[in-house]
Design a protein around this ligand. Structure first.
Ligand code: DON
Length: 574
């Protein structure tokens, strides 16, 4: 049989390429950050695209006070914590990719959550040894130590121009004075009502009078306002020590969790070297581990650079992109984790020679079944996490993807703090070879260990070219990686910010061995051709919430666009 023969070639090729690179593997390193030359020009105006108009406007408010893109990012992220808590917030974490116009430097901020030191994998198993999905996704055991406050303090103090009292002011005001929740937040609260009802402080915050808030009514969060105020006054200490830390630990432990004051006091947001890759004259600056996103995007682009996608019919273009996605996600599952804990063969995964080997295993007109390797389960792309993009008048650029993980995180609010805790522990491979909520499988590299960061798919990315640059990112669990990849390819094809966010999407993540397709992404003839090549096309509800800002250096024009799939977003240029 034709395919079996090729399959053996594929396996052999994978083994040979992996083996060679393992032998050569030293300490994990990311590709050198060859920073683009500082832009000679300045746009002279700013663009912000975020998932909520109140957050976009908070960013502009802080720019008007003399802030730069990084101060604006602090305002946008903290306001999202108040108005879009179903997606991200003070009890979660984020990843940020920054371009500093003055020096041309690119920086990555890792404000990812960590496992508490007392983490015990047995807590995520039922007595019969099956995975306990409730412990992984709801309540205090599902929560990692938050990174968002430390990350924002680092962003403000090292890269911003304004004090936190100014950049956090819009969030504090919005939480204290109140706002009208948008339909998406109301829907999220209704959807999670049963879980919220399990914890009194969650009821007090999200179910006033025992019911979800009503559309059109003002909703306030004075506890969260107070916690942000403490952070504005004391920096990290306002959250990770003293009053707030004590309240967080007391609440978590009273509800069966295992956090300690030390876990909080020891948390640090980290600066890391971003992954940088050249592709068709553009420099892509993206997320390193503990995100898998940048490694996967680089691996996919390295494979794709061997093809002339522009000259292909849509079915073959999709075929080669899907095969590259499949191979990158296989490596995601097998190798990646927190760089402070695991040795990863990044030199191999980022090497063009490794990509050459993988490319050779791709057949011209035929899908490669993932079952040539292991097999896997269903997947829910999820819609809870947020991304925003900013370019300021001086050409500073920042993309931040921020999350509490699943819808309203753990649904657990720590009494007296207004802090809704994340459920990021599910991003660890809590039970080996069992899928997380995004259908992702993990290996030992992503096993839970005290102090370790769980692997993420968050991929805030910069695309820096001679004539045009862009900040691109989106939520969507494992689909983040393929959305950002498709966004990068569309930008390089010359598309505008508005087109990029609206483009229809497809996704393959190795397992399950299916291509998720948004209605309209392929016409009937292309779908038929892909089926003939061996692909299973699986229709999915639209996914993602992409927010993009582009900069055309030729006329210094900025464009900002928010995903039309979600009406609450706002992309604005001023
Ligand atoms: O870090 C991650 O990869 C996930 N916690 C992100 C979750 C997400 O994007 C949810 N959906 N939109």
């Amino acid at each position: 049989m034709k395919f079996q023969m090729h399959g053996r070639v594929l396996l052999l090729s994978l083994l040979l390429t992996s083996g060679a690179a393992f032998a050569a593997d030293g300490a994990p390193k990311t590709a050198p950050a060859t920073a683009p030359a500082p832009q000679a020009q300045r746009p002279g105006h700013a663009g912000i695209a975020s998932a909520n108009f109140l957050a976009t406007n908070a960013g502009f408010e802080v720019l008007a006070k003399g802030g730069n893109a990084f101060d604006a990012a602090v305002a946008v992220a903290s306001t999202l914590s108040v108005v879009e808590p179903e997606s991200s917030g003070i009890g979660g974490g984020f990843m940020a990719t920054l371009h500093i116009a003055k020096t041309g430097e690119n920086v990555f901020i890792d404000a990812r959550e960590t496992a508490p030191m007392a983490v015990n994998p047995k807590d995520y198993l039922n007595p019969d040894g099956t995975p306990n999905r409730d412990a992984a996704l709801k309540g205090p055991l599902s929560a990692g130590i938050p990174g968002e406050p430390a990350g924002l303090v680092l962003l403000a103090k090292k890269f911003g121009k304004l004090p936190l009292s100014v950049s956090l002011a819009p969030a504090i005001r919005t939480a204290r004075d109140g706002f009208k929740p948008d339909p998406r937040l109301l829907h999220s609260i209704a959807e999670e009502q049963k879980n919220l009802e399990r914890w009194p402080a969650s009821v007090a915050k999200y179910l006033p009078g025992g019911k979800p808030p009503v559309a059109g009514e003002i909703w306030r969060d004075p506890d969260q306002a107070r916690t942000w105020e403490l952070i504005a006054q004391q920096g990290d200490a306002g959250f990770y020590r003293g009053e707030t830390a004590q309240k967080l630990v007391d609440a978590v432990r009273a509800a069966g969790g295992n956090w300690t004051l030390e876990d909080l006091a020891n948390y640090r947001a980290k600066e890391r070297t971003p992954i940088t890759i050249d592709y068709q004259g553009y420099k892509i600056v993206t997320a390193p581990p503990p995100s898998s996103g940048g490694v996967a995007i680089a691996e996919i682009l390295n494979i794709l650079r061997g093809y002339d996608l522009a000259k292909m019919d849509p079915a073959h273009r999709a075929h080669y992109i899907i095969e590259a996605m499949r191979r990158a996600f296989r490596d995601h599952n097998d190798y990646l984790g927190d760089p402070d804990f695991v040795k990863m063969p990044l030199d191999m995964l980022l090497s063009p020679y490794y990509a050459d080997g993988l490319r050779q295993s791709i057949l011209a007109d035929q899908a490669t079944p993932s079952s040539m390797l292991p097999h896997g389960p269903a997947h829910d792309p999820g819609m809870h996490t947020t991304h925003f993009s900013i370019i300021d008048k001086d050409g500073n650029m920042v993309g931040i993807t921020s999350t509490v993980n699943y819808i309203l995180g753990s649904t657990f609010v720590a009494k007296g703090t207004g802090v809704l805790l994340n459920d990021e522990m599910d991003d660890f491979a809590l039970v080996p070879n069992k899928p997380n909520v995004y259908g992702l499988l993990g290996s030992k590299a992503n096993a839970p260990v005290g102090g370790k960061r769980m692997l993420s798919s968050m991929s805030p990315s910069l695309v820096v070219g001679k004539d045009r640059s862009a900040v691109i990112g989106s939520p969507g669990g494992s689909t983040i990686i393929t959305q950002v990849l498709e966004g990068i390819l569309h930008f390089i094809d010359g598309q505008s910010a508005q087109q990029i966010v609206a483009d229809k999407r497809f996704h393959h993540q190795f397992l399950p061995d299916e291509v998720f397709v948004e209605d309209g992404v392929f016409d009937a003839a292309t779908s038929e051709q892909l089926r003939k090549m061996g692909y299973t096309l699986k229709p999915r509800e639209p996914w993602g919430f992409m927010n993009v800002v582009t900069w055309d250096h030729r006329d210094n024009k900025l464009d900002a666009a928010s995903d039309p799939r979600r009406p609450s977003g706002l992309g604005k240029v001023e």
